[in-house]
Design a protein around this ligand. Structure first.
Ligand code: UD1
Ligand code: UDP
Length: 380
């Protein structure tokens, strides 16, 4: 038997835990196809550390515990990334990695990219080629670095491939489909069976909306966040009850900067929930208002009308496919977007499946990602 191919995945933030779940499920099949075992090691940077931001995903998605937990935690961009770099330099050399695999665009992605590149370990970037074309976003800088430094670029959509080609990175790029689509497809059944979130929150299917906000541009700017809050209060008063899943970053800002804000009685602010509950909530909601990247897509996959509380999106396919309205934070623009959805989707749901299939693949992105990595390692 030939020696195992060793993949070291570096993760640290909520969406990255969700992204590795489908990859883990596909490992045995990819090993069979490739004719050699695949070993997979998880490094958890500790960027997200609360139980409802980390452990819950490992438990729900049956992800084995991380081999290396770096315990970095919160901090400014520089100090957080710097601490990750220092700790990765301690664990990566002895990890036996044939390839370090990074995901998305967080500071954990950035640190893993820089660290592996300096240690001359080959690098594969999952979710390569995303661009908002807004360099004020920390994630845009992280993506640019990850894509330009990585050896293998695993692009989720044709748009991502085009972005990479325009930057001269086409030769390193493989179109794989979107691993978050795999995750949503393979967990939505389980979510329907296991989640009791609608009962717990006394929500009626298609008669409520879901909200998430966590982007720096919205949480660190009091004026913008103030506008979002007043739009949400108005929505709850005039349209539907809302469940606001408050990211810890947002919860902290609400406590410190908006201590006297008293949400409308139909607007419930609750702590984050697990992935299965989120799929269930979005799967049954009449509308999603969000600045999350992952949730814009999940709404599209699950047929939930989406309003994005940003001026641009990396997931432009959701807008082009008719599933997402970019509204920014002005209350009257958000109100107009709500009216558009009320007219376009009076039942609270729509079917975007044709547009989803055209851009996000067939739910087997993890297989393509692993096959591309195995072929790449063989060729190195
Ligand atoms: C990070 C990513 C963002 C991603 C998001 C997913 C960067 C630059 N940003 O943003 O791209 O969309 O994760 O959720 O990497 N906190 C807690 N408990 C936790 C985690 C965070 O209290 O478990 C609080 C801390 O006060 C922390 C703040 O949230 O300082 C922000 O966390 P951080 O990981 O730096 O950025 P996110 O906003 O989560
Ligand atoms: N999510 C979750 N619980 C929540 C909110 C979000 O499980 O309370 C999931 C959501 O389904 C999606 C992912 O977390 O898969 C998105 O993470 P987030 O919005 O934090 O980051 P982004 O995708 O914007 O990077």
């Amino acid at each position: 038997m030939s020696p195992a191919t060793k993949l070291v995945s570096v993760v640290g933030a909520r969406p990255q835990f969700i992204k590795i779940a489908p990859l883990l499920r596909s490992l045995p099949h990819a090993a069979e196809r490739g004719g050699r075992p695949i070993e997979h090691v998880i490094v958890h940077t500790g960027q997200h550390y609360d139980a409802d931001m980390s452990d819950i995903f490992f438990d729900e998605l049956a992800i084995p515990p991380a081999t290396f937990s770096l315990g970095v935690g919160p901090g400014s961009h520089g100090s957080q990334t710097g601490q990750m770099l220092a700790r990765l330099e301690e664990v990566l050399p002895g990890s036996g990695a044939d390839v370090v695999v990074t995901y998305g665009d967080t500071n954990s992605t950035l640190a893993a990219t820089l660290s592996a590149a300096k240690l001359h370990i080959p690098l594969a970037h999952v979710e390569a080629g995303l661009r908002s074309f807004n360099r004020q976003m920390p994630e845009e800088i992280n993506r640019l670095v990850a894509d330009h430094v990585s050896d293998l670029l695993l692009a989720p959509t044709p748009t991502a491939v085009t972005n990479l080609e325009k930057e001269g990175l086409g030769k390193r790029t493989v179109l794989t489909g979107d691993i978050m689509y795999d995750a949503a497809l393979c967990h939505r059944q389980l979510a329907a069976q296991r989640s009791r979130i609608l009962e717990r929150l006394a929500l009626v299917p298609r008669r409520y909306g879901v909200v998430t906000i966590h982007r720096a541009e919205n949480t660190d700017d009091e004026t913008r966040l103030g506008k979002v809050l007043s739009a949400l209060d108005a929505f709850a008063a005039t349209a539907l009850p809302l469940v606001f899943l408050a990211h810890p970053r947002t919860a902290k800002v609400l406590r410190s900067r908006f201590p006297v804000w008293s949400p409308h009685e139909r607007l419930r602010v609750i702590p984050p929930v697990g992935y299965l509950d989120t799929l269930c909530l979005v799967g049954q909601a009449a509308m999603l208002l969000t600045d999350s990247g992952g949730l814009q897509k999940e709404a599209f996959f699950l047929g939930c009308p989406c309003i994005t509380l940003r001026e641009e999106t990396e997931w432009i396919e959701t807008v082009q496919g008719g599933g997402n309205i970019l509204a920014g934070v002005e209350p009257e623009v958000i109100r107009a977007a709500v009216s558009t959805w009320e007219a376009r989707a009076p039942e609270g749901r729509t079917d975007f499946s044709a547009a989803v299939a055209a851009s996000f693949g067939d739910g087997h992105a993890a297989d393509r990602i692993l096959d591309a990595i195995v072929a790449f390692v063989r060729a190195v």
